[in-house]
Design a protein around this ligand. Structure first.
Ligand SMILES: NC(=O)c1ccc[n+]([C@@H]2O[C@H](COP(=O)([O-])OP(=O)(O)OC[C@H]3O[C@@H](n4cnc5c(N)ncnc54)[C@H](OP(=O)(O)O)[C@@H]3O)[C@@H](O)[C@H]2O)c1
Length: 310
């Protein structure tokens, strides 16, 4: 099968297209024919190994010392079940699925074996029926992050929520989920993305490239930093102090992403009922994955970047 192999840590061209052996499912695994994957912020960290210095040693011990131990990287997949092991109960041949591969990686390939149960090695669920495989890769990664971190806010109808970094994969989903919960949503993004976040339902938009302050007295019940601790602005520092009494501030980097197929099932419902729409910035074929990594590495994608595998 075709796969992209990460030959060492480094710039995007360490990723090389190779022919590798097609995997075969064990008794408790499904074999997925992958139709689409995505280039996520996590993939950029893993390929480049450009992580904060305090976590570099644990990162290398966990992922591999000079190159990823799992040479086929990629965290997100959508595809069809081609065959199943004899103990598999949740899925059958022909099911259309989407999910994350966790520490097992391996989504930059034509096939992947996964267990049907959730673990740090992945989670899998039936794909929303009304979107493409490429779109499904957007709402799995961004959706799991957005739902997990929005749930931390225990958001009640009518409460004020601010999503900082509203134009990324997680931010675009977080706005829509907060609206679904009945919140009044303020989205923070740059000028180029103002119309996008309004179209996703934001009630108010603040452009962090033009504004350094918030209106005096404005207070939020929940503030989610959806771009992470490496990306900041003067406005972000101001936002942190604009909490209503009892309000909460959370960064998307506070705690590990939970691989949870129940949340994937909820995302499926929200997509099928029209409450969450995937946002794809660009789509590349697998053969152009290096270009896709260059683009995502610049840090300004709108929504996500999908990869068509076959
Ligand atoms: N907790 C976990 O286990 C876990 C797992 C995976 C990822 N994460 C975190 O999740 C983050 C988000 O990933 P993602 O893929 O959703 O984001 P992303 O799509 O990579 O974010 C890109 C967006 O960030 C915006 N942006 C860049 N610099 C900004 C700034 N200074 N202020 C505001 N917005 C800015 C860009 O908008 P403009 O072009 O308008 O600037 C762009 O739309 C990752 O970076 C990582 O830190 C956490």
């Amino acid at each position: 099968m075709k796969a992209i192999v990460c030959t060492k840590y480094g710039p995007p061209d360490v990723l090389q297209l190779r022919q590798v052996e097609k995997p075969a499912p064990k008794d408790d695994e499904v074999l997925i024919k992958i139709y689409a994957t995505a280039v996520t912020a996590s993939d950029i960290f893993i390929r480049s190994s450009q992580v904060p210095i305090r976590v570099l040693i644990p990162f290398r011990l966990m992922m591999g010392v000079t190159r990823p131990r799992k040479s086929i990287i990629g965290l997100v997949l959508a595809g069809e079940i081609e065959s199943i092991g004899k103990n598999v109960k949740r899925f059958k041949t022909g099911d259309q699925v989407y999910g994350l591969t966790g520490f097992d990686l391996g989504a930059y390939a034509e096939y992947k074996c996964m267990k049907e149960t959730d673990s740090t090695h992945g989670c899998l669920a039936t794909k929303p029926t009304n979107i493409s495989y490429e779109e499904a890769t957007m709402v799995s990664y961004g959706g799991l992050l957005a739902l997990q971190f929005m749930e931390k806010g225990n958001i009640q109808r009518g409460q004020k929520v601010l999503v900082y970094g509203a134009s990324g994969t997680t931010g675009t989903t977080a706005i829509q989920y907060a609206k679904y919960l009945g919140a009044k949503v303020t989205a923070v993004c740059s000028t180029a993305n103002v119309e996008l976040v309004k179209s996703l339902g934001a009630d108010a938009v603040i452009d962090y490239t033009r504004e350094d302050t918030l209106n005096p007295g404005v207070q939020y019940n929940y503030i989610l930093d959806a771009v992470g601790k490496n990306k900041t602005s003067k406005l972000k520092e101001v936002c942190k102090k604009a909490l209503a009494p009892g309000g909460k501030y959370a960064s998307i980097d506070d705690g590990a992403l939970l691989l949870d197929s129940k949340r994937l099932a909820l995302i499926k419902e929200l997509v099928e009922s029209g409450h969450i729409k995937p946002v794809i910035d660009r789509c590349y074929p697998l053969e152009e994955l290096v270009e896709a990594h260059r683009y995502v590495g610049r840090g300004h994608k709108r929504g996500g970047v999908a990869i068509t595998v076959s």
